[in-house]
Ligand binder design. Structure first.
Ligand code: AP5
Ligand code: MG
Length: 180
């Protein structure tokens, strides 16, 4: 049983690598962004708040986010481990999250590279606008970088060079997992 978290700037390949890893290891994959994009379709006050927040490229509040993720992880399919994509992504979320994480994989990609990839993304995402992308980059540096340091100090962080081909990165992640 292994509990893995993927961290990286928008466009770093968290979802791409998370899905590949999930298939390879046979461990379920869960993306906070995916959960939120589904919630954004709800015709409720909450749904509208999520839609507006996502489209603006701003993070959903920590107080709302942690209970959503903890609720999902109670489902039986996550009992024997999981791969989380996009959560925790602030220091507060990291400290509030009750689950014990075995490994955090930080996929390192420059702002420029990440930007270029989002322009090429085939899946249509309402938050892939210039303004929202700028905000998401900004929040990665101000809000997510501190949690990377937090996990590094805990000794559970591995850093992966994300500026290579999808296959090379996948191989590299598997090597790092096998070498402890
Ligand atoms: P989320 O869905 O997590 O979006 P994100 O962090 O902006 O990241 P992306 O999904 O855009 O990129 P990715 O790293 O998954 O890259 P991908 O594999 O797609 O979050 C969306 C929003 O939800 C947030 O802005 C926030 O509002 C909210 N949210 C989510 N979690 C939250 C939380 N914990 N707290 C508060 N709010 C939260 O790759 C990108 C593209 O590049 C693809 O087209 C892919 O095919 C391509 N690609 C991937 N790897 C490579 C490669 N090695 N070489 C070439 N192309 C590649
Ligand atoms: Mg993603």
């Amino acid at each position: 049983m292994i509990k893995i978290v993927l961290i990286g700037i928008q466009g770093s390949g968290k979802s791409t690598q998370g899905n590949l890893l999930s298939e390879k290891l046979g461990i379920p994959y869960l993306s906070s962004g995916h959960i939120l994009r589904n919630m954004a379709k709800e015709k409720t006050r909450w749904g509208r708040y999520v839609k507006e927040t996502l489209n603006a490229g701003i993070l959903i509040s920590d107080g709302k986010m942690t209970p959503i993720m903890e609720e999902y992880l109670k489902k039986p399919e996550y009992e024997n481990g999981w791969i989380l994509d996009g959560y925790p992504r602030t220091l507060k979320q990291g400290k509030d999250f009750k689950e014990k994480i075995d490994l955090v994989i930080y996929i390192k990609v420059s702002d420029e590279k990440a930007l270029g990839r989002l322009n090429l993304r085939s899946e249509h995402r309402e938050d892939d606008t210039t303004e929202a992308i700028k905000k998401r980059i900004e929040s990665f540096h101000t809000l997510t970088e501190p949690i990377i340091d937090y996990y590094r100090k805990k000794g559970i962080l591995i850093e992966i060079d994300g500026e290579r081909t999808i296959e090379e990165i996948h191989k590299n992640i598997l090597e790092r997992l096998n070498n402890g």
